[in-house]
Design a protein around this ligand. Structure first.
Ligand code: GUN
Length: 273
């Protein structure tokens, strides 16, 4: 049976460090979260972010706009918040026609790390805002005693917000993992997964990683958040616990790390800008 990597507990440790930092700042860092429409998952993520901000001492403002919001209205709000806030995020998903506005968030305020300038810095190994879920996974590995240096990490899922930036972070000098990035067109997925010392599942498909895909003793990071009739489940089937050495739970694994890294990026932005 595998050990649980307790993301909730590790996120709490980071939260305590951030709270101390914020208490020594003259002004509370300011974070605005823009929500468009009424996606239930977005509402639940924003609630978690607001609760964390309140514990850390970050001043969070939630701007809730109707789904009919025009691109001009959203641009105008983003322009205002670019000036007043340390951090600004637009909770995804948003209607496709509004997506160009994501690039209008000032890169130094882009605490989600989604702006092309921040993703470009990541490619070049220059310090910028790092996307929260990949940054959270790196912290989770180090703080659970699993230095990825020299390890073969197999990531399943090449999204712009998780799989692709995580592959860049892990292969950076100083982190030094060897990375295989798998996706929907990968042939022999099972064989690739079985080679992993550390397997990261970030697809968004309930229970898609089964125990026959996992090397005995591997470390499993489950990024999936799938709402099913049985409740919230990850991308990794529960039977994987029989073969893995360590595994992140869903909920309580990567999710709290994403939230605390957003707090960390907001504090960083307030200190640097
Ligand atoms: N939707 C799901 N995850 C995220 C996230 O990390 N940031 C934003 N802005 N939207 C999301």
């Amino acid at each position: 049976m595998s050990l649980i990597i307790d993301g909730k507990k590790i996120a709490k440790e980071i939260e305590i460090e951030l709270t101390a930092k914020v208490s020594s700042m003259e002004n509370a860092p300011r974070l605005s979260v823009v929500q468009i429409g009424d996606d239930p998952a977005s509402a639940s993520y924003i609630k978690a972010k607001a609760n964390a901000a309140s514990r850390v001492g970050i001043h969070l403002t939630h701007h809730h706009l109707p789904i009919e919001t025009s691109i001009e209205e959203l641009k105008s709000l983003v322009n205002d918040l670019n000036e007043s806030e340390d951090g600004l995020i637009i909770q995804l998903p948003i209607p496709k026609k509004l997506e160009p506005v994501l690039e209008m968030i000032k890169p130094e305020n882009d605490v989600d790390g989604f702006h092309s300038e921040n993703l470009g810095k990541l490619v070049q190994g220059i310090s910028g805002m790092t996307p929260c879920t990949p940054a959270g996974i790196i912290e989770l590995l180090y703080r659970s005693g699993n230095d990825p240096e020299g390890k073969h990490v197999v990531i399943v899922g090449r999204s712009t917000i998780v799989g692709t930036p995580l592959s860049l972070l892990l292969s950076q000098k100083g982190v030094d993992a060897t990375v295989t990035l798998c996706h929907s067109r990968t042939k022999y997925l099972e064989e690739h997964c079985k080679e992993a010392d550390i397997l990261v599942a970030a697809v968004g498909k309930a229970n898609m990683i089964t125990k026959d895909m996992v090397k005995p003793g591997a470390i499993i990071i489950d990024v999936g958040v799938n709402r099913t009739s049985e409740g919230l489940v990850g991308d990794v089937s529960t039977e994987v616990k029989e073969v893995a050495s360590q595994i992140t739970p869903v909920p309580g694994g990567v999710g709290p790390m994403t939230v605390v890294m957003l707090m960390s990026n907001t504090v960083k932005s307030a200190l640097e800008n």
